[in-house]
Design a protein around this ligand. Structure first.
Ligand code: NAD
Ligand SMILES: O=C(O)C(=O)C[C@@H](O)[C@H](O)[C@H](O)COP(=O)(O)O
Ligand code: ZN
Length: 380
């Protein structure tokens, strides 16, 4: 796999889900086609754009213009940025605003933003009048490669990540790669963890390509669109085979059993963004795999090195405030992991590695071993 030299023309990835299939349209400038695409998809529909304050500042006007030029009426709901909005309060605010805007069953909700807005607006759409369709317009790298695809929507509980939600597929995804130009470097890096995840879980060649081409992805070269399209194709393929996570979709959760517990332990705060938790969690999953003799220490180190080389946190000690505030003890982390949605009959499920590019679902890992492993990692 070599790095493309030129920005590609727009790429369309099909999410093959029968009568709920939809397109992911990827490319620089595709936001301007939103209006015509929505008009063609749902003639006569009204729309409500849900976004956050930061994204609104940069991209709301252009989004509204595209819809207005296609003759589509819009209203807007603007929430606070960050996980603080993926809450009961955030859901109430968005739901009440959609009801006040008289969004009907045949209208559309448009989620303009990162994964927080996508998950929140998608969940509000899923329950509004028992289900209104929605369009994802992802504006963070993480949302373009992961959260806008596959239909997992929801909010957090203080007890854990995404504990309330619904599977609700979008009807269209518009991923304009030029909107990433306004994303902060730290948020871009956090999203990159989910890109690397696709290589680690199922595509060794892509991981090797990322090791060689990550700089071009970060600087906005043609490798960026290639990485986004490759990630979307990987996710679309898995979701189309296992929409509701009865089997292989759990592989997309690589790094998340640990990562979600770490996000909860840091209060869903700016100490640890979701992608950063996934980065630390993926390294822990690789190290646990090595401890269990599934992969070599060298492979675990290779995963850690790549994530660290782009500036992502890879150890518990890298989490902001670890030295000052600490984190949580191993028992607390085990209790938080017990709320993971992959738990079956009270038993934890881990996504482990048999090789870079070959992840497996494991539900026979001894809790005492995991606790000792975490204890050891916490003491550095
Ligand atoms: N549904 C899924 O399948 C899925 C997959 C992965 C992650 N998630 C969820 O997604 C969330 C994380 O998403 P995220 O990392 O996008 O976080 P986010 O939505 O909080 O966005 C990150 C920050 O970047 C800002 N931002 C977004 N786009 C911007 C742009 N173009 N320019 C400037 N600023 C911009 C936002 O205002 C926010 O402050 C988590 O809650 C996670 O659980 C869901
Ligand atoms: O789409 C999926 O399936 C994923 O697991 C993707 C993850 O990156 C994402 O963070 C997802 O929201 C986690 O799902 P959850 O079921 O563990 O909440
Ligand atoms: Zn994730």
């Amino acid at each position: 796999m070599t790095a493309p030299l030129k920005h590609s023309a727009d790429i369309t990835v099909d999410v093959a889900l029968g009568d709920r299939a939809y397109d992911i349209v990827i490319g620089r400038g595709v936001l301007d086609t939103l209006g015509t695409r929505v008009a063609a998809l749902r003639p006569g529909a009204r729309t409500a754009i849900v976004t956050d304050r930061t994204v609104a500042k940069h991209w709301l006007e252009q989004t509204e213009r595209s819809l207005a030029e296609a003759g589509i009426p819009t209203s807007r709901v603007i929430v606070e940025e960050g996980e603080v909005s993926k809450t009961y309060a955030g859901l109430e605010k968005v739901s009440e605003a959609l009801i006040a805007a008289k969004i009907e069953r045949n209208d559309l909700v448009i989620a303009l933003g990162g994964g927080v807005v996508g998950d929140l607006a998608g969940f509000a759409a899923a329950i509004l009048r028992r289900g209104v369709d929605f369009v994802q317009v992802p504006t963070s790298l993480l949302a373009q490669v992961d959260s806008s695809v596959g239909g997992k929507t929801g909010i957090n509980s203080p007890q854990g990540k995404n504990l309330l939600g619904a599977f609700h597929q979008p009807v269209l995804v518009i991923a304009d790669t030029s909107v990433l130009d306004t994303l902060s470097p730290r948020q871009f890096r956090a999203g990159y963890a989910e890109v690397a995840k696709y290589g680690v879980l199922g595509d060794e060649a892509f991981f090797t390509w990322l090791e060689a081409n990550h700089a071009d992805i970060f600087s906005g070269g043609a490798a960026r669109e290639h990485a986004i399209a490759t990630s979307c194709r990987a996710k679309a393929a898995i979701v189309s085979r296992d929409e509701r996570e009865n089997g292989e979709r759990a592989l997309l959760n690589l790094g998340h059993t640990f990562g979600h517990a770490l996000e909860a332990a840091t209060g869903f705060s700016d100490r640890l963004f979701h992608g950063e938790g996934v980065s630390v969690g993926m390294v822990l999953a690789a190290e646990l795999s090595a401890k269990l003799g599934l992969i070599s220490e060298a492979d675990a180190t290779r995963v850690e090195r790549h994530l660290a080389s782009v500036g992502l946190p890879t150890h518990l000690q890298d989490i902001a405030g670890f030295a000052q505030e600490g984190l949580a003890d191993a028992d607390t982390l085990m209790a938080l992991m017990a709320q993971d949605k992959k738990v079956k009959r009270g038993k934890l499920t881990f996504i482990l590695l048999q090789a870079i590019g070959r992840a497996v679902v494991a539900n026979d890992v001894e809790p005492a071993l995991v606790r000792d492993f975490l204890q050891q990692k916490l003491s550095g």
